[in-house]
Design a protein around this ligand. Structure first.
Ligand SMILES: Cc1ncc(COP(=O)(O)O)c(C=O)c1O
Length: 407
């Protein structure tokens, strides 16, 4: 069997033609793995760390995932794609017909499907958006509190996370003065999340106007995370931020509103040049989103799917009201009244730092997420989700009560 030398660091490693490496010096180097600088200090999110410590049989009020069944119309479309059709790759950007349907959701795209990329969940979309817009040393303005992925990915992109306060004393509502103070000429990208994870707050029309006005003066790109846009309890569906500001990159998807988290179907839409660059990255990262999921998503704007969305909204609204009542009557604590998404924030500051409180609650068989995971502003809070039926929510609150009483 022949062998040819390969230069590997300072040692000579020989590789046989069947691909097997052989050199004691080379193997030693492999044992001491050191992550590349851009990934050093990046850890599993606090949410995952809490989940990993939960004991079996725990009630999970930490989830960000709807428990309701994916609508029949979507499941049937997927089955028919699987059994009746060959499912190869789609184009990198996704099925043209699906991109067209997404483009129609945002008037500023002028029905231009080339301004849309179908991604593996909205998580991929936000990764692409940040990697495409953020250069080494760029400042990115993020909400505090806000979804955990943003500061981490900004750092991975070499950027510098900065924060605008969503003040706790205002139940985490948007505060234009805080926003204006934090927005500087050095801000390259701004992120807004509405409805918000973790607070469930929704930007009002007034907020949208203020944000649009300030950004038009300043010129930063805006990443608008609208993954919860169809889960609202306000009288009207929240407006997309893209309606007030052209340099908006919209992040959206079907995970939350149609109970499709595992289908990995999201999108990124916006400026043609930004999308063109993001598309190259997307091609290298995932090639394309799942073809079966894309075909199923073609019926996501059918009447049947619209009815399912409305049903889901009603279910979550009833759960929200049930949960908020229990927090008040059983725990006697203040909590944020969510206007969208499926989370509330409970002020548990009187019991100590949120991380310690959440850990104690784990001992009592209930999972919550410490507010510290989302930023300084929410350090005293626990995020509790209502992705569970009312009986489970009741049991969960009783366990929280016992846990808090033990502190
Ligand atoms: C604000 C926000 N954006 C994006 C995501 C990613 O969701 P997905 O990738 O399932 O679309 C989540 C998930 O929890 C989220 O809360």
């Amino acid at each position: 069997m022949g062998a040819f030398p390969v230069r590997g660091g300072d040692s000579q490693i020989s590789r046989r033609e069947d691909g097997v490496f052989g050199s004691t010096r080379g193997l030693l180097a492999l044992k001491n793995f050191v992550p590349p600088a851009r990934l050093q200090g990046i850890e599993k999110s606090i949410i995952r760390q809490v989940f990993d410590r939960a004991r079996p049989g725990s009630i999970n009020l930490g989830l960000g995932e709807p428990d309701l069944r994916t609508p029949g119309v979507i499941r049937r479309a997927a089955v028919s794609a699987i059994t009746g059709e060959q499912n190869g790759y789609t184009s990198h950007a996704g099925l043209p017909e699906l991109r067209q349907k997404v483009a129609r959701q945002y008037p500023y795209l002028a029905e231009n499907a080339d301004r849309v990329i179908i991604t593996a969940g909205s998580q991929e979309a936000l990764y692409l958006a940040l990697m495409t817009l953020v250069d080494e040393g760029d400042e990115v303005l993020l909400p505090d509190p806000g979804f955990v992925a943003y500061p981490t990915i900004v750092r991975m992109a070499g950027g510098v996370p900065k924060f605008y306060r969503l003040p706790r004393e205002m139940d985490f509502a948007f505060d234009v003065e805080e926003f204006q103070r934090a927005l500087t000429p050095k801000t390259k990208v701004v992120v807004c999340i509405s409805p918000s994870n973790p607070t469930g707050r929704v930007l009002s029309r007034r907020n949208l106007k203020d944000i649009g006005y300030l950004l038009r003066q300043q010129g930063a790109y805006l990443i608008s995370d609208e993954i919860y846009r169809d889960l609202y309890y306000t009288p009207e569906r929240p407006e997309s931020l893209s309606s007030v500001y052209d340099r908006t990159i919209v992040i959206g998807g079907l995970s939350k509103s149609l109970s499709m988290t595992g289908w990995r179907l999201g999108w990124l839409a916006g400026d043609e040049d930004v999308v063109k660059t993001a598309l190259v990255l997307h091609g290298y990262v995932t090639t394309c989103a799942s073809t079966v999921s894309q075909k199923a998503a073609l019926v996501a704007w059918s009447t049947e799917a619209a009815n399912a969305r409305a049903r889901f909204r009603m279910t979550f609204r009833a759960r929200r009201d049930h949960l908020l009542k229990l927090i008040l009557t059983e725990l006697r604590l203040r909590a944020v009244m969510p206007e969208g998404a499926f989370y509330t924030m409970i002020d548990a500051g009187a019991y100590g730092p949120s991380m310690a409180v959440a850990e104690r609650l784990l001992d009592h068989g209930v999972i919550t997420v410490p507010g510290a995971a989302f930023g300084k502003e929410s350090e005293d809070f626990l995020r509790v989700s209502f992705c569970a039926d009312e009986t489970t929510l009741t049991e969960g609150i009783l366990r929280i009560k016992l846990g808090l009483e033990s502190l």
